[in-house]
Design a protein around this ligand. Structure first.
Ligand SMILES: *[C@@H]1O[C@H](CO)[C@@H](O)[C@H](O)[C@H]1NC(C)=O
Ligand SMILES: *[C@@H]1O[C@H](CO)[C@@H](O)[C@H](O)[C@H]1NC(C)=O
Ligand SMILES: *[C@@H]1O[C@H](CO)[C@@H](O)[C@H](O)[C@H]1NC(C)=O
Length: 433
């Protein structure tokens, strides 16, 4: 009796491990859907070239230190931490809104380009120099995880870096740079699918990248989506913006680097179109929740134009109202399986207090914190859940105690992401949901 039971158990174990082997083999060969990585803001290298004739600078130092007529790394360069390089960097990164064209453009005489489109090279490390490589690692651990699961760069693993300073605009308004990127990304998705036996792709985005991907999907016909996209996994996506972005606009944000004076980068940060896109959405944060409190008044997400005006950035009001708001009003489900992976339980700016009239917005505020991933408020991370309550193909995976960018390297977060990809490749996700 006992022996028989043991035998049966041995057979069961053997059969199940064989089944697992079969599954692994399949996942390694036939059923791997190509993966396309879409980084977040600041999440890939950016290069610039200055024109000797047209580049204008207010500072002699920036002119003197100008490597004219050759491409150099604009982002990320460690020199940004040292003056006067901080100002030179800020000047060259600054975008300008052209009211005649109703579109954004680079600073005069500054040409920029995004290296390595199609590959993961430009988004694994923000600076590939030996000394800086490790401290500027971005998607490298995620890429390593994918490679351990059999993915091969250039074969079924691709990267779609972009000029993250630019955003997109609502219907009928031009946005040359962002729209061109969506076209490139579309081409990359089609190519990746074609070179992988027609298998639709898995798009894996981080942060702002998720907002671009949702626009790409919804700007293409349902038949295109179904043919080319198997699944969209959005990591740390700020679906309804972040309160921290109001801090960035009001007082500048040092990116957590104590050496950088936030006021030196504030004008550049305000000029970025994608930053406007990340302001808290009135649709989500509403007209009651106080986000910024000053002795003069209280601002909710619905008073954003007034807020932009009061902080001294009235140039931002028109593009915000006319280009950005229509993008953030309601998010439409693309009708494809979507998985959000979000970090929770990290203190995240929820209300900003400016105590003193005298200092205006130049002094950093006192911050009241709430739940989120340290950058994005929980409300925003979970927006799709509240906005698409009936969407059966939406899944949200919460990873406690993991921050906005740690989701790209934390072992537990990575294993959850890889499990999701394995299940998509085995086509068992629908039964798990
Ligand atoms: C897609 O493949 C075609 C043909 O090989 C190539 O010309 C095109 O540049 C590729 N597009 C992208 C975005 O990779
Ligand atoms: C409040 O209003 C006064 C007068 O208009 C202005 O000088 C001050 O900068 C404002 N302070 C804040 C924090 O908005
Ligand atoms: C969260 O992470 C921090 C640092 O990684 C650690 O010190 C802390 O104990 C963790 N908290 C929980 C509740 O796991």
């Amino acid at each position: 009796m006992h022996l028989l039971l043991k035998l049966v158990m041995v057979v069961v174990v053997m059969v199940s491990s064989m089944a697992m082997m079969v599954c692994t083999c399949q996942a390694r060969t036939d059923t791997r859907h190509p993966v396309i990585l879409v980084p977040g803001s600041g999440g890939n290298q950016l290069e610039a070239k200055l024109s000797r004739d047209y580049y204008k600078t207010s500072s002699l130092a920036c002119r003197f230190l100008t490597p004219a007529h050759r491409w150099f790394r604009l982002w990320f360069d460690l020199k940004v931490l040292v003056q006067p390089f901080t100002e030179c960097f800020a000047e060259r990164m600054t975008l300008h809104y052209d009211p005649v064209k109703d579109d954004y453009r680079n600073a005069q005489g500054v040409e920029t380009r995004v290296p390595y489109f199609g590959s993961t090279e430009g988004l694994q490390y923000l600076n590939p120099n030996l000394i800086l490589k490790d401290i500027t690692a971005y998607m490298a651990p995620l890429v390593e995880s994918l490679e351990r699961h059999g993915y091969v760069e250039g074969q079924d693993l691709f990267g779609a870096p972009y000029d993250f300073r630019y955003g997109l605009a609502g219907e009928g308004r031009p946005s040359a740079v962002g729209t061109k990127y969506l076209q490139q990304l579309k081409g990359l998705i089609e190519n990746a699918s074609k070179t992988n036996g027609g298998k639709p792709v898995i798009i894996l985005s981080h942060s702002l990248g998720g907002l671009f991907v949702l626009q790409l999907l919804n700007r293409n016909p349902v038949s295109w989506r179904q043919k080319f996209v198997k699944h969209f996994i959005a990591l740390s996506a700020p679906w309804g913006g972040t309160v921290q972005e109001m801090l960035t606009f009001a007082s500048g944000y040092s990116l957590g680097v104590p050496l950088v004076n936030p006021l030196l980068v504030r004008a550049e940060q305000r000029s970025s179109e994608s930053n406007l896109w990340l302001l808290p959405s009135p649709k989500l944060f509403g007209h009651k929740l106080p986000l910024v409190i000053t002795p003069n008044r209280t601002y909710t997400a619905s008073n954003m134009p007034q807020f932009l005006d009061d902080i001294g950035f009235s140039e931002g009001v028109f593009p915000y109202k006319n280009r950005i708001l229509p993008l953030t009003e309601s998010l439409v489900s693309p009708g494809l399986p979507v998985t959000c992976v979000v970090g929770t339980g990290i203190k995240t700016a929820e209300t900003l207090f400016y105590a003193n009239n005298k200092d205006g917005f130049d002094k950093q505020p006192e911050i009241v914190y709430g739940d989120g991933d340290g950058t994005v408020n929980l409300l925003s991370l979970l927006r799709l859940e509240s906005e698409w309550p009936k969407e059966k193909s939406l899944k949200v995976i919460r990873v406690p105690n993991v921050s906005h960018t740690d989701v790209l390297k934390d072992p537990i977060a990575l294993s959850k992401i890889m499990d999701e990809i394995t299940m998509i490749n085995l086509n068992v996700l629908s039964s798990v949901l």
